[in-house]
Structure formats: structure tokens, C-alpha cells
Design a protein around this ligand. Structure first.
Ligand SMILES: Cc1ncc(COP(=O)(O)O)c(C=O)c1O
Length: 323
């Protein structure tokens, strides 16, 4: 299926896959492996690079000169899009949700370094701002290309279906599950669909970082149903998705002490850096499931590290607080 879509090279693939021996031993649970999509290479990496290899191929095919996308002020997707546009010699305009920060830090600092133009707006102003910008660029004789927040698109799903093949080629073991963070759900959707076609496939477990069950199911099902129809598959239902909502805390970007503990634990046991918005919550979910006895000691589980490193520095106060 993914062979029907064009892909350009923006990052370093395949990303490494290795074992987290210290963490596995400490938890006395299954063997834990990690797929390093935090190491996709482009401008500090992350899962969006994989999606952007397909999305930007589409933008180039449509002869666009300007890329417009949306995200939070702290968006990893926005930063990686800015980097992809820079390589390809395209203009990039980021519509960022939130108050304009007083200082450039984290992803917002890197957006500027990468040459993107940024407009900070309220959530309620996003759609109209995008519409106005698209028109402005058209009036200038340019052909703007819009990427939905988080790269939530068919191309994004295709990218993670392809990632399943990459994982299969690297795997020395059978995995009982692949665990990933769920933001817009595109990564989850791709993994879910990529594994759906296989026999003895690992269960794809998502850990929501903000969205509730209705929102996540709707986002994921609406993007996979057209592909399932195209591939002649039965249409998935909400109950087919394995997503946990217990690790969100007070909401998207909101932190709490157990999150800090897991981020520190993973750093100190494995030298792996997790961010408090996405990968930290996902790892907390995995560790909690292991502690609850969800997996046997004989099983292997694969954690997909989706990136997010730049935001670690914006959370310096939270990460250095003492409980
Ligand atoms: C670091 C990181 N991890 C995970 C996600 C979630 O990916 P998705 O939007 O595909 O669910 C994102 C972006 O939303 C992200 O930036």
C-alpha cells in the first residue's frame, strides 16, 4: 500500500532498534526494546520526519512553494516541518496556538533558527488565520500547501504503516505489543493498520497524551476507514483500538510528579531522554502496564520513542523540582 505513495528522503532511516536491558531487569517484567524515532536525524528528529517524507513528496508533486502548518507554540511537528521546508528551499509559515512567548525557547526557538515565519494565535483564530494566509500567498502568485496539525493525513498514516515493515525487518524477536504516544493519533493509526494485515501481529497500544476516548477514536477511525476501504479490509471500530487514557494528568502538556519520576528513571537507567508532553507519558503508561502484570516475563515489548527533546529544556523547572 505504502509503495503507491511517493517518498522523499529527509531523515536517517532505518532508525535504530535496541534493548533497554537495565529497565527490563529493574522492572522484572518483559524484555523492553526501543525503536528510536527520536533519532530520525532532521533538526533533532522525532516522528514527524517519517511522516514528512511522504507529505513533502506530495507538496513537491503539487508544485507548492510555501508550506503552512499548525501546532502549539511548543510543537515538535512545526519545528520538523520548518526544517523539512528549509532543506527543500520552500517558505514555511507556522500558525502556532498560544500566547507569543516572551523569550525564544524549545521548539519556538528552533522554528526561528530554521527560518520559519511564526504567527501566534488563539485556538479560535486558527482556521481563519490559515484561510487568510493561504489567500495571501495565492495573491502573491504562490501555491501554498497546508499540512494539518501533527501531520494528521493519509500520508502520515502511510509513513507509519511503512515503519511496521521497517520494524519487522529489524526484529530479532516477536513482540507482544508496540507502545506509542497518541497525540493526533496518526502514528497510532499507521502502526495499527500496518499490523492489522499480519498474522500473529503485536498489539498496538496507544497512550493518550491529551485527547479523551471519543476524540481519539474519532480522529483515528476517520483517517483509517478510507484506507481500510481501499484495501478491502473490514472497517475497524472504536473497541478495536487499545488506547489508555490514565496518564494524561490534568490535560495536554500538563505535568505531575510520577511523570518526572519516569523521565528521571529512564534517563538514569538507560541514558534515554524523554519529554514531559509525549514520550514521557507514553513510557509512564508502559511501565505502569508492566507493573500491573499486563505482560509476562517471557514476552517482548517494543516502545516507540517519538522524540520531543527540545521541549525538555522548556520544562526545566518541572524537571528539577524535588518531590
Ligand atoms: C514527540 C511527539 N511524540 C508523539 C506525538 C504524537 O504523534 P501523533 O500526532 O501521530 O499521535 C507527537 C506529535 O503530536 C510528538 O511531537
Amino acid at each position: 500500500m505504502h509503495n503507491d505513495y511517493h517518498r522523499i528522503s529527509l531523515g536517517f532511516f532505518p532508525t535504530p532498534l535496541h534493548e533497554l536491558k537495565n529497565l527490563s531487569q529493574m522492572l522484572n517484567g518483559p524484555r523492553i526494546f526501543i525503536k528510536r524515532d527520536d533519532q530520525t536525524g532532521l533538526a533533532l528528529g522525532g516522528n514527524k520526519v517519517r511522516k514528512l517524507e511522504y507529505i513533502m513528496a506530495d507538496a513537491l508533486a503539487k508544485q507548492s512553494q510555501v508550506i503552512i502548518t499548525v501546532g502549539a507554540v511548543s510543537s515538535n511537528h512545526a519545528r520538523q516541518t520548518a526544517a523539512a521546508a528549509a532543506i527543500l528551499g520552500l517558505e514555511c509559515h507556522l500558525v502556532l496556538i498560544g500566547r507569543q512567548p516572551q523569550e525564544r525557547q524549545g521548539n519556538y526557538l528552533l522554528d526561528d533558527l530554521l527560518g520559519a515565519e511564526c504567527s501566534c494565535v488563539r485556538n479560535s483564530q486558527v482556521a481563519s488565520t490559515v484561510e487568510i494566509l493561504m489567500q495571501q500567498y495565492r495573491d502573491e502568485g504562490k501555491n501554498p500547501y497546508f499540512i494539518p496539525a501533527g501531520g494528521h493525513s493519509t500520508e502520515g498514516v502511510i509513513a507509519y504503516m511503512q515503519a511496521c515493515q521497517e520494524i519487522q525487518q529489524q526484529a530479532e524477536y516477536d513482540y507482544a505489543a508496540i507502545v506509542t504516544a497518541v497525540g493526533t493519533g496518526t502514528t497510532y493509526a499507521g502502526l495499527y493498520l500496518g499490523e492489522k494485515t499480519k498474522n500473529h501481529a503485536p498489539q498496538v497500544i496507544g497512550i493518550s497524551v491529551g485527547g479523551d476516548q471519543n476524540w481519539c477514536s474519532e480522529e483515528i477511525l476517520s483517517i483509517i476507514h478510507p484506507l481500510e476501504k481501499q484495501m478491502g479490509m473490514t472497517l475497524s471500530q472504536a473497541q478495536d483500538l487499545s488506547i489508555y487514557y490514565d496518564y494524561i494528568g490534568a490535560g495536554y502538556t500538563k505535568t505531575y510528579p510520577q511523570l518526572r519520576e519516569v523521565i528521571k528513571l529512564t534517563a538514569r537507567q538507560e541514558g534515554i531522554l524523554l519529554d514531559p508532553v509525549y514520550s514521557g507519558k507514553a513510557m509512564l503508561g508502559l511501565i505502569d502496564l508492566i507493573k500491573q502484570g499486563y505482560f509476562t516475563r517471557e514476552q517482548n515489548v517494543l516502545f516507540l520513542h517519538t522524540g520531543g527533546a527540545p521541549e525538555i529544556f522548556s520544562y526545566n523547572t518541572f524537571l528539577t523540582e524535588i518531590d
